[in-house]
Design a binder for this molecule. Structure first.
Ligand code: UDX
Length: 431
């Protein structure tokens, strides 16, 4: 995900650099070279199409691109080993990141490189990965070839990736202060960013600190979401309004107002994985209490979807068959608004549970395809219907559930909606 937007921005800002994006997946590269890019991101389409005619190339010829490059940015996929860490799995396996792609890339770079290079880690990785990549490169390098590995974590957020890349709060470049080569490599990467990022926003530090800063940033953001979600459980019992509680807390400038929106919980590719990595790190460092502290952030996240589903089931409990056979309109499916990404989306957890209880779902999401939704739910079309717009999803339903905070759901004409729904009609807003 990170590779495309990052490369497009670097090529746009640094006309003297040629950026070649390589991937072993030929279909993906073909898509990057076509009219339909493989990733939806506001502003990305026009930027890539413009840069493709200049200094941005997409290719499957990995070896020759690697051999020609002076600097290589690693932005490969690093999924969690267990597919789902929503419930804060007890098993250490659920906490580990699959680094096979990173290792294979390091091995390949060492094998094909005839000249020394800087290798920059941008994938979301556990702490210590830069050192591991450095070791693989050193061990497999050809005679006379030297590699310098830097950590340069990516902080872009999906849906605002291009803006985040163009106007970052900070850029972190991790290297080794004792090593002259590393210092030189840090200054080379810094030079690239200085084309558009003010110097005071570019922070250089050691690799461990850089890797830990990335994990900690995401863990602290996720912790805020779990914190406000934990308070929402209290609100629902006592009748307080979580939006007002959040406004009251966020108005304190020491707390700040961002990431205090109560929701179905966080999803996406980073938060689960980074907290899981942090828990794993704490465990391996012999810090069980600290591991437990962060594990609770995941546990509260899983609890939020469970509470939501319970509330829906309880509402239908007085019907003869409960929710079984009822039609539930699901608005949104992506893990957040502004993206078609469904990785760790809480919407899938909610939908799966409702299907398990026999509900019929009609789902609408402005950016997620029918194929992706059905694949994610691992179900045939029997109990699930994918709709083209919110109104057809809602028509003849018994309940509407809002699963993603897409702005267009705020514009829904509820008077019109109510006319088309069965009675009694319910709305559950998960956002
Ligand atoms: C995140 C980090 O923000 C980014 O810096 C990092 O590089 C990658 O991970 P992203 O996952 O794209 O980015 O989305 P983000 O906007 O941070 O939202 C994460 C999740 O938290 C979403 O599911 C979102 O809906 C949820 N969220 C966010 C809330 O539930 N409430 C909030 O107040 C904010």
């Amino acid at each position: 995900y990170v590779g495309g937007p990052t490369s497009a921005v670097i090529s746009a800002k640094c006309s003297e650099i040629t950026v070649t994006v390589v991937d072993k997946d030929a279909e993906r590269i073909a898509a990057w070279n076509s009219d339909n890019l493989p990733v939806y991101e506001p502003g990305l389409d026009s930027l890539v199409k413009k840069q493709r005619t200049k200094n941005l190339l997409f290719s499957t010829d990995i070896k020759s691109a690697v051999d020609r490059a002076q600097m290589i940015i690693l932005a490969v996929n690093t999924p969690s080993i267990a597919a789902d860490t929503t419930l804060g799995s007890e098993s250490p396996r659920g906490l580990q990141t699959d680094l096979r792609a990173v290792k294979q890339c390091a091995q390949m770079i060492a094998e094909v490189s005839l000249e020394s290079k800087i290798v920059v880690g941008k994938s979301t990785v556990p702490c210590g990965t830069s050192r591991m990549v450095q070791e693989i490169l050193d061990k497999n390098a050809r005679g006379g070839v030297e590699f310098t590995v830097l950590s340069n974590p990516e902080f872009l957020s999906e849906g605002s990736a291009i803006q985040d890349l163009l106007f970052p709060d900070r850029v972190i470049i991790g290297g080794s202060a004792q090593d002259a080569n590393s210092q030189w490599a840090q200054s080379e990467l810094k030079w690239i960013y200085q084309h558009w990022v003010p110097e005071h926003k570019i922070l250089t530090m050691d690799r461990w600190s850089s890797e830990l800063a990335k994990l900690s940033s995401n863990a602290m953001l996720a912790q805020r979401v779990s914190s406000i979600n934990s308070i929402s459980a209290i609100c629902e019992i006592v009748g307080a309004d979580i939006t007002q509680v959040a406004a009251g807390c966020g108005a304190d400038s020491r707390v700040g107002s961002m990431f205090l929106r109560a929701s179905l919980g966080f999803g996406g590719s980073c938060f689960h994985k980074d907290i899981a990595s942090l828990v794993w790190l704490c465990q391996s460092l012999g810090l069980p209490e600290i591991a437990e502290y962060w594990r609770q952030v995941l546990a509260i996240n899983g609890l939020q979807t469970k509470r939501f589903v319970s509330r829906i089931l309880d509402t239908f409990a007085s019907s003869p068959k409960g929710i079984c056979g009822k039609r539930v309109a699901c608005l949104g499916f992506s893990y957040k608004e502004g993206t078609g990404d469904t990785r760790n989306t809480p919407a899938a957890d909610v939908c799966r549970e409702l299907i398990r209880y026999g509900a019929h779902l009609s789902i609408f999401d402005p950016k997620v395809s029918e194929h992706h939704i059905l694949e994610k739910l691992d179900t045939g079309a029997d109990s699930v219907q994918i709709c083209e717009d919110p109104y057809s999803a809602i028509s003849e339903s018994d309940a509407v559930i809002v699963l993603t905070a897409w702005a267009e759901f705020r514009e829904i004409d509820w008077k019109r909606v109510l006319k088309s729904m069965n009675r009694p009609a319910f709305v559950f807003d998960g956002q």
